[in-house]
Ligand binder design. Structure first.
Ligand SMILES: [Fe+2]
Length: 244
């Protein structure tokens, strides 16, 4: 069900909240016990995110947990608006970089709005679970794009929130400063052992062909290792933010 051009209900009480410009996405899961936001997006998109949440009847303080799929600025940028009310959760390898404001890895630039200290309240490990009543979310550590990248698996619907780890069509994200192609291939191999119906990435389209996407992602990663030309990579660092 489409609520407006920024909000799509993908599953009952699971919404994609589209970011402006280059389609960065946050996902809202309205749980029986707790409301979860997966990724807060870029700082400058916050007013649109707030508007989308209000359309769904939620104020900022109604978000109980923000899970960051990894430490990049376009996924954690609006954390500061939530962190006094919500628990901020990230894999511990991402949390270390966020907590010490490692701008080399998070890629914050001069002029970014996000000046206050960022907090991480929950330092996640592989297989950590969030029981929301109607949904159970499991953390799957998937290093590769960055060392602290995670996917979030939901058991009842068999859906996977992938951040920048896996995109529709198997296009690779670039391998970040803390990342590794070898770790990436290993992570996708591990994901292939799960039954997954749909992928909900941090950018671009959702996918209902996860198996094909994972196979293509591995082929792309192996081609990258061999330094072949023409490997399809999407680099979201280069997308301008001026219009957001
Ligand atoms: Fe990223």
């Amino acid at each position: 069900m489409v609520k407006d051009d920024l909000i799509i209900e993908l599953q009952p009480n699971i919404f994609r909240l589209k970011g402006a410009g280059s389609s960065r996405h946050s996902y809202l899961i309205r749980g029986d016990y707790k409301n979860v936001l997966i990724d807060s997006g870029v700082d400058k998109n916050f007013s649109k995110l707030q508007k989308s949440l209000l359309t769904l009847g939620l104020k900022i303080r109604d978000i109980d947990i923000v899970i960051n799929t990894h430490e990049h600025f376009d996924h954690i940028g609006a954390n500061r608006y939530f962190q006094d009310y919500a628990l901020i959760a990230a894999h511990r390898f991402a949390a270390t970089k966020i907590a010490v404001e490692d701008r080399y890895v998070t890629m914050y630039k001069s002029g970014d709005l996000n000046e206050p200290s960022l907090k991480v309240h929950l330092w996640l490990e592989n297989r950590f679970r969030f029981d929301l009543g109607n949904y159970i979310l499991e953390v799957v550590h998937t290093p590769g794009h960055t060392s602290g990248s995670i996917c979030i698996y939901e058991f009842t619907r068999k859906i996977l929130f992938t951040g920048d780890t896996l995109f529709a069509g198997g296009t690779l994200s670039y391998i970040g400063e803390s990342g590794s192609v070898g770790d990436y291939i290993n992570s996708i191999n591990l994901l292939e052992t799960r039954k997954i119906n749909e992928l909900y990435p941090g950018h671009g389209k959702i996918s209902n062909t996860p198996e094909d996407d994972m196979q293509k992602a591995i082929l792309n990663a192996r081609a990258l290792l061999r330094d072949e030309e023409g490997v399809e990579i999407t680099d979201f660092r280069e997308v301008p933010y001026a219009n957001q």
